[in-house]
Design a protein around this ligand. Structure first.
Ligand code: HEC
Ligand code: HEC
Ligand code: HEC
Length: 123
C-alpha cells in the first residue's frame, strides 16, 4: 500500500515538474536577474519577434570580461577538487549559450561532453 502511495507521489511530482517546464518554455521566461534588470527579447535576440536562438554577441555586450573572473573550486563525484575558471578553461573560449540556456535550466557543458562529473549549479 505504502509503495503505491509513494509511486503516486512520484508521478505527481514528475507530472507537475513537466507542466512547469513546458509553461516556462512557451512563455520564453528568463532568469530572475535578467527580469530584475528589465531585459526584453530584443536585448538578446536583436529582434522583437525572435524565432530562433540568440547568439552570444549580445551576452558579450553586457557581460564583457567574464573570462578574467576568479577561478572556482569544482568537485567531481569522488570529491576530488579542481581549481578552474569556467569562463577560461583549458578548452579555450566556449560559446556562452552551451552552458547558459537562459530559457531552460543551464548546465555545465564539461559534464555533458567530457569525462567530468562536477557538482555545481550553473546560473
Ligand atoms: C538574456 C537573453 C535572452 C532574452 C532576454 C530572451 N532570450 Fe530567447 N533565447 C536566448 C538564448 C541564449 C536562446 C538559445 C538557448 C539555447 O540554445 O539553449 C534563446 C532561444 C529562444 C528561442 C528559440 C527556442 C528554440 O527552441 O530554439 C525563442 C523562440 C526565444 N528565445 C524567444 C524569446 C522571446 C519571445 C523573448 C522575450 C520575451 C526572449 N526570447 C528573451 C536568450 C534570450
Ligand atoms: C542588456 C544587458 C544584458 C544582456 C544582453 C545579457 N545579460 Fe546577463 N545579466 C545582465 C544583468 C544586468 C545581470 C544581473 C547582474 C549580474 O549578475 O551581472 C545579468 C545576469 C546574468 C547571469 C547571472 C544570473 C544569475 O542568476 O546569477 C548570467 C549567467 C547571465 N547574465 C548570462 C547571460 C547570457 C548567457 C546572455 C546572452 C544570451 C546574457 N546574459 C545577456 C545583463 C545582460
Ligand atoms: C563551460 C560552461 C560555461 C560557459 C561556456 C560560460 N559560463 Fe558563465 N558561468 C558558468 C558557471 C559554472 C558559473 C557559476 C560560477 C560560480 O558559481 O562562481 C557561471 C556564471 C556566470 C555569470 C554570473 C557570475 C559571474 O561570474 O559574473 C555570468 C554573468 C556568466 N556566467 C556569463 C557568461 C558569459 C557572458 C559567457 C560567454 C562569454 C559564459 N558565461 C560562458 C559556466 C559557463
Amino acid at each position: 500500500m505504502l509503495n503505491i502511495k509513494y509511486i503516486n507521489i512520484v508521478f505527481l511530482v514528475v507530472f507537475f515538474a513537466s507542466v512547469y517546464c513546458f509553461a516556462g518554455n512557451s512563455d520564453n521566461q528568463i532568469s530572475e536577474k535578467h527580469i530584475e534588470a528589465g531585459l526584453q527579447c530584443i536585448d538578446c535576440h536583436m529582434t522583437e519577434t525572435p524565432v530562433r536562438a540568440a547568439s552570444q554577441k549580445s551576452c558579450k555586450a553586457c557581460h564583457e570580461g567574464v573570462e578574467t573572473g576568479e577561478k572556482i573550486i569544482l568537485k567531481d563525484i569522488n570529491s576530488k577538487e579542481y581549481l578552474v575558471n569556467p569562463h577560461n578553461a583549458h578548452t579555450g573560449a566556449l560559446r556562452c549559450t552551451i552552458c547558459h540556456h537562459i530559457h531552460t535550466s543551464s548546465e555545465l557543458y564539461c559534464n555533458k561532453e567530457c569525462h567530468h562529473s562536477f557538482t555545481i549549479s550553473v546560473p
